[in-house]
Design a protein around this ligand. Structure first.
Ligand SMILES: Cc1ncc(COP(=O)(O)O)c(C=O)c1O
Length: 464
């Protein structure tokens, strides 16, 4: 028999530990200490023969694990493109986990499946995508790209009378895949997983910000899938998707948009122009765990051609309730069993409303601008046009940049990563956490500039 009072005290203990962690997130060193990192060795042990008390399991996780985490949930983490998680979404995520719903089929998960449908409808409206498009709730943008491109593959082959779903790609007629010189690596991975191969692509040239140059777009001939991007992972730049659709549509080509974070610009009236013409595309991928600030495991693929998506994803079996008048979530995703990740999306949208989403996007963009202004004013090169939430800055040569970035990470006031942009090493600042304030930007700038100045002085002394 379950001991309800033990279960309650365990879950309350977990909630209290989680709340403590979040309360301290704004003041912790962003990177963990070396001692805390060394401490994770304590996890490494032979498979235990006997069990451990549940409260003790939780205590070990917290006492050893928490100090060794990088504070990605905090307001001064600017690495990669990583949102935080809105408190309401952490709370709904915990409750949804307690429900333990397997959201593959509507009839056995009516609450979570309905919430996902609502979240889908709201996002389609928010992004201005075609009504009637289908959404797949998947793990992240990598799998969202994969899912959308699986639908593209089926549709493009259908149109030339090849049933790729049944007969596969061996012996199939060739099709052309056009990507750009700046396509995100995960799109190539998706192409590999789909059997197209990572390298059998035509690359469209880009401009100095990493945008496809529509005037130099490769000729479109025969069955074709085109991969475009909303939000370059370094510069935040947007491909001219509307122009590309105008070239592609008369030729019957499928246009996909990887909008892992950039698609959220469409939710702000002040940034929506960056996504103009996007509704003419055929599929879109995004992450809610990035800019909507929900917990990880929350990518979404949108596909206009529902039949093509279903043909790639749906299955039937005697024991499954796949014949239903309802929208069956597993008809649209690579997985059958999965957690109800769309509930977190619903919670974020319900909590913020349309205005709150727009404000969050705008706040991140204006904080990115604030970073860029502070860095330029101090005499450092901002390498990109700061149109969104991404800032690329160079402090000097390759070695200087790497050394300054390492010191910034060690200092712990904030966390920024390294990149190479058009042959130049640079520091990347990505502002997409809901809780980042102007004060956090100023505090981070102060630390960054002090470290950069120390390097400059040291270099001066060295040169005598
Ligand atoms: C443009 C773009 N596409 C795809 C991805 C991959 O997203 P995920 O890590 O959620 O799979 C990223 C990650 O930053 C990205 O920026």
């Amino acid at each position: 028999m379950p001991d309800n009072s033990k279960i309650r005290s365990l879950l309350i203990d977990a909630a209290a530990r989680g709340a403590d962690y979040r309360e301290n997130a704004a003041e912790r060193h962003v990177a963990p200490s070396r001692e805390a990192i060394a401490g994770v060795e304590r996890f490494i042990e032979p498979m235990p023969e006997a069990g451990t008390d549940d409260n003790e399991v939780l205590a070990i996780l917290d006492e050893v694990g928490s100090p060794a985490t990088v504070t990605m949930a905090g307001p001064r983490y600017f690495g990669f493109v990583i949102g935080g998680s809105l408190p309401v979404t952490v709370a709904t995520n915990w409750l949804t986990t307690a429900w333990d719903q397997n959201v593959g089929m509507h009839e056995v998960t009516p609450a979570t499946s309905t919430l996902e449908r609502v979240a889908m409808d709201w996002m389609i409206e928010l992004f201005g995508l075609p009504q009637g498009s289908a959404a797949s709730f998947v793990t992240g943008a990598t799998v969202a790209n994969f899912t959308a491109l699986a639908a593209a593959r089926n549709r493009v082959y259908w149109d030339i009378d090849w049933n790729v779903e049944a007969d596969g790609l061996i012996g199939a007629p060739p099709i052309t895949i056009i990507v750009s010189e700046e396509t995100h690596p995960t799109v190539f991975k998706s192409l590999g997983l789909l059997g197209f191969g990572r390298n059998r692509v035509v690359r469209a040239p880009v401009d100095g910000q990493g945008r496809i140059d529509a005037s130099r777009f490769p000729a479109i001939n025969g069955p074709t899938i085109i991969c475009t991007q909303a939000g370059n992972v370094n510069t935040g730049a947007f491909d001219p998707v509307g122009d590309i659709c105008e070239l592609a549509k008369p030729k019957g080509a499928w246009v996909h948009v990887d909008g892992a974070f950039g698609l959220w610009a469409a939710a702000s009236p002040n940034r929506a122009h960056l996504c103009s013409g996007f509704a003419a595309a055929d599929s879109w991928a995004t992450d809610a765990h990035k800019w909507l600030n929900v917990p990880y495991d929350s990518g979404v693929a949108f596909v206009r051609d529902t039949a093509a998506l279903k043909s790639a994803m749906a299955i039937t079996a005697e024991y499954l309730m796949t014949e239903t008048e309802f929208r069956n979530p597993s008809d649209f995703t690579p997985e059958l069993s999965r957690r109800a990740r769309g509930v977190d999306v619903w919670a974020a949208l319900k909590s913020l409303g349309r205005q709150g989403v727009a404000e969050m996007i705008d706040r991140c963009c204006s904080n990115a601008r604030r970073f860029a202004n502070g860095l330029s004013k101090a005499g450092f090169d901002v390498l990109n046009d700061v149109v969104l939430n991404q800032v690329l800055v160079s402090f000097g040569d390759d070695a200087t940049n790497r050394s300054i970035i390492e010191d910034i990470q060690d200092d712990g006031t904030c966390w920024c990563g390294v990149t190479v942009w058009q042959q130049k090493t640079a520091m990347r600042i990505s502002v997409c956490n809901w809780s980042t304030t102007e004060h956090d930007v100023d505090r981070s700038l102060e630390a960054i500039l002090a470290i950069a100045q120390r390097h400059k002085n040291r270099e001066k002394d060295r040169r005598g």
